[in-house]
Design a protein around this ligand. Sequence first.
Ligand code: ATP
Ligand code: MG
Length: 284
Amino acid sequence: MPTVPPTPRGDTVNPGPPGTPDGAPPDALTVTELTVAYGPVRALRAVSLRVPAGGAVAVLGANGAGKSTLLRAISGVLPFHGGEIRGGRIEADGRDLRGRRADAIVADGIVQVPEGRQIFARMTVAENLRAGALTASRRGVAETYDLVMRLFPVLAERQRQRAGLLSGGEQQMLAIGRALMARPRLLLLDEPSLGLAPIVIDRIADTIRDIRRQDIAILLIEQNAALALDLASHAYVLEVGRVALSGPAAELAATDEVRRRYLGDNGEIDDVRAATRPLARWAG
Ligand SMILES: Nc1ncnc2c1ncn2[C@@H]1O[C@H](COP(=O)(O)OP(=O)(O)OP(=O)(O)O)[C@@H](O)[C@H]1O
Ligand SMILES: [Mg+2]
């Protein structure tokens, strides 16, 4: 494992993903100097990040770092949480997302899998999935439903079961499947491994790899750094609302700071099960 000298807090390991060459598709997402507050509480301060088209980018951070706030700002649900964008820009495919309604953002192909799944427990698996496909044509819905059944055989077996009866891992798969029903170009995942057993986390990781193969870009929010750095090509570390570190996932995984704070002493990331304990809160 290569070693990289310790990086002072606030520095970047690398300035960011390489620039888009001429003729390449625009980024799936570009966040520039984003500042968000809940009343007097400043939750994000001048956060900038990029997700290339079809790429997978991770955001790591301890409890309260602002990870969910970032996703809420992108998906347009911030007002429902009493939050407000105070500055900066959010662009997807070259279009400005700020001030747009959450349903219009979904229709544009940016779909969030919220923290804690939030499936409809009394509805069946099939009903939950169809609820994710509000805007598509009937034929499109059938095709996407078939794709979700192929990606999640466990859901295919349980289509008529009430969603509330599924295990935690199955509910997470249902939440991801429901988001896929909206045919996203960019999938926003908020801590998909939270509360799941290591073996189940492995299955979720396999699923996320399968989704990447569908040319869907992914912004993955995680406290499980081993999982996130394994799945993503590029990562950002949020510390109390600011980007403290960013760079290629492999380089970040090799920095002393990330190894010590997030991966344990040995920095093992070959097996995501080796480091599934949640992050310690940053000392600040
Ligand atoms: N609805 C809200 N009203 C007021 N403050 C909030 C609200 N939601 C979050 N905050 C505050 O904003 C900051 C960032 O919270 P956020 O939920 O984005 O963090 P997080 O990184 O997702 O944390 P966790 O890992 O616990 O999910 C915290 O200080 C939190 O207390
Ligand atoms: Mg959160």
